[in-house]
Design a protein around this ligand. Structure first.
Ligand SMILES: Cc1ncc(C[n+]2csc(CCOP(=O)(O)OP(=O)(O)O)c2C)c(N)n1
Ligand SMILES: [Mg+2]
Length: 596
């Protein structure tokens, strides 16, 4: 613990002329509490609200005890900061912190806050707040013109629709309890972002150092199914003719994946991944029934299933185009199956059970075993039938992994990336939008935790996300971002690549570059297939004249930058880029696909 330091030194009001050496403040206690709670990094964008924090870091450094605080990672754009914290928490399941500047910095977090909410990401966001004293009454009082202008009516309201908890730090005397409580809420399932604000005077408040036991703020324990529901679901799955499990985010807890594999194998159940942004089930498993995102094709396994267990999914299917049989018996297991953060949501399920997916599937598997519910011949027949369909689907996909008329296709590109990474310990971040499904089905990632998406709908996550994933990963692991050209630009690549270079966090970025936004074009065609926009091919989605996207990363972060058009050159270009990343420098490869 830091040495106690008298509390009077900082009371020289706003000017702060008095010596503040050794001055223990709310800011110091705040940073200590983050470290005590297991936060390793503070991804920060600083402003006039943060002198207390800057001073606390400097004092710790001067005293040679810098490591008592989380490491500061300075991010020139807030979107990058939160994306980095997001990906770090996805990899480690440890919450990180983000510090931003009053109202403007909070607003600059942008859509990434909604990604963190939808991705169930534990993260503590802190913003200062404008000083509330005008005449130098307290340390931290207003002394810059901007303090009047940045005084927002409801700063916490900016994020309230997207965080689990928000509060104001009103005194340093319980700031540690507040940090631990906020993180307890952030980490408890469904995990999510929390937001604290602290006005300057409070963050400057002199304090006696104190301790709080973080063990008193553990996240809530995982919930289990009742015995009755466990039995009902186990028997339904065992007796079904064509049982199916649909999941989207069970694999956010990589330890849940082997449990799902065990249950699927035990009963011969196919697993369909729907709008999945993590590995829920190994992509090379014979019982894997494929991936679906925004598809207009009816999935045959979904149509045929007579018992469906939906476990951890916001979007198990899109009923307008791809739905289960009306006679199917559907069960939902989710940590929060009512999904109150999604205003319109309904599935015609027999039971909705609030439980942790790993615990629940273990319960079901145990019951199947204890009660001998699996009939060997039935299971083998189901398994063989699903495996044959899976193999046929994969053979058909393999046949499509070719360039078309000398042009690189998304399928060919994804196959090249898969082959590139075949013997590499890697983690792949995907933000490939209209190519999500193609990327998932041709990569077929198998190792739990080795494939991530933001889980949300606000683009630009991979920019900072690659930095966070790199900082969270072992030294040997290669971080690879697969990203649409539009999404690359949303990720503020100038900021992201500057951070990557400064903090030695190199990664490989492969841009699925169709020179525009395919998604709004496809959306228009799905609604107005024969409309005027379709007839004139006039969708306002082209990025012509083309920007040199990799050059942004080169200019800002010294990245190796290359653009490729030729399918024959692609494998070698990717190999060279990977070698650069292994050497400690980021590489960005823009791969020209057919234009939108
Ligand atoms: C922050 C944000 N702004 C706008 C959108 C709307 N939007 C959805 S997909 C998309 C295009 C993405 O382009 P790109 O990454 O190149 O992928 P493509 O559609 O070309 O596959 C846009 C603009 C969004 N999802 N998030
Ligand atoms: Mg695009």
């Amino acid at each position: 613990m830091p040495a106690a330091a008298g509390g009077q030194a900082g009371r020289a009001a706003a000017g702060g002329q008095a010596s503040t050496a050794g001055y223990y403040s709310t800011s110091a206690a705040f940073l200590e509490a983050l470290a005590e709670a297991g936060v390793s990094y503070v991804f920060a964008n600083l402003g006039s609200d943060h002198p207390g924090l800057i001073e606390a870091y400097a004092q710790a450094k001067a005293q040679g005890r810098e490591e008592v605080y989380p490491r500061f990672i300075i991010c020139p754009h807030e979107m990058v900061a939160l994306s980095a914290a997001h990906a770090y928490a996805s990899v480690t399941r440890q919450p990180q912190a983000v510090i931003v500047h009053v109202d403007g910095g909070t607003q600059n977090l942008g859509g990434e806050v909604s990604n963190a909410m939808r991705g169930h990401i534990p993260v503590l966001i802190f913003a200062g707040a404008s000083p509330y004293t005008l005449d130098g009454e307290l340390p931290g009082s207003r002394n810059e013109f901007i303090h009047w202008i940045q005084d927002a009516r409801d700063q916490r309201g900016i994020l309230r629709g997207f965080v689990k908890y928000d509060n104001e730090i009103r005194t340093g005397r319980n700031v540690k309890q507040l940090v631990h409580r906020a993180l307890q809420i952030a980490r408890s399932d469904p995990a999510g972002p929390v937001y604290l604000v602290g006005p300057r005077e409070v963050m400057e408040e002199p304090l006696e150092p104190y301790t709080v036991d973080p063990a008193q703020f553990r996240p809530i324990e995982p919930a289990a199914l009742t015995a009755a529901v466990t039995g009902e679901i186990a028997i339904a799955l065992a007796r079904a003719r064509h049982p199916l499990i649909v999941t989207s985010y069970l694999g956010r807890n990589p330890d849940a994946v082997p449990v799902l594999v065990e249950l699927a194998e035990m009963l011969g159940i196919g697993v369909l991944e729907s709008a999945a942004f993590c590995i829920n089930f190994p992509g090379d498993h014979p019982l894997h029934c494929g991936y679906q995102f925004t598809t207009t094709d009816q999935n045959p396994a979904l149509a045929r299933a007579d018992v469906i267990l939906v476990v951890d999914s916001h979007v198990p299917w899109i009923p307008a185009t791809n739905r289960p049989s009306p006679d199917a018996a559907i069960y939902v297991i989710d940590v929060d199956p009512l999904k109150p953060t999604i205003p319109m949501w309904q599935i015609a399920a027999r039971r909705f059970a609030a439980a942790d997916s790993k615990v629940a599937l273990e319960q079901i598997a145990r019951l199947v075993r204890d009660e001998n519910l699996a009939e060997a011949q039935v299971v083998e027949n189901r398994r063989a039938e699903i495996a044959a369909a899976t193999q046929a689907r994969r053979d058909a996909l393999d046949a499509l992994e070719q360039p078309e008329a000398g042009v690189i296709t998304p399928r060919y590109l994804t196959a090249c990336v898969r082959d590139l990474l075949a013997d590499t310990d890697s983690i792949v971040l995907t933000e490939t939008i209209t190519n999500y499904q193609i990327v998932a089905e041709h990569l077929r990632r198998a190792t739990p935790g080795s494939y991530l998406g933001s889980g949300g709908g606000s683009l630009g996550w991979t920019g900072g996300g690659a930095v966070g994933a790199r900082l969270a990963s072992s030294a040997e692991r290669i971080v690879v971002s697969l990203v649409g050209d539009g999404s690359y630009l949303f990720g503020v690549p100038s900021s992201a690549h500057w951070v990557a270079r400064r903090y030695h966090a190199p990664s490989l970025t492969v841009i699925y570059d169709n020179r525009g936004w395919a998604a709004p074009k496809f959306s228009t065609l799905r609604v107005h297939g024969h409309g005027a926009a379709a007839a004139a091919d006039d969708f306002h989605v082209s990025f012509e004249p083309e920007a040199d996207l990799p050059a942004i990363a080169a200019a800002a972060g010294g990245a190796y930058a290359v653009t490729v058009d030729d399918p024959d050159e692609l494998p070698q270009v990717l190999k060279d880029a990977l070698a650069v990343v292994r050497g400690g420098r980021s590489a960005v490869v823009s791969v020209h696909l057919p234009p939108v």
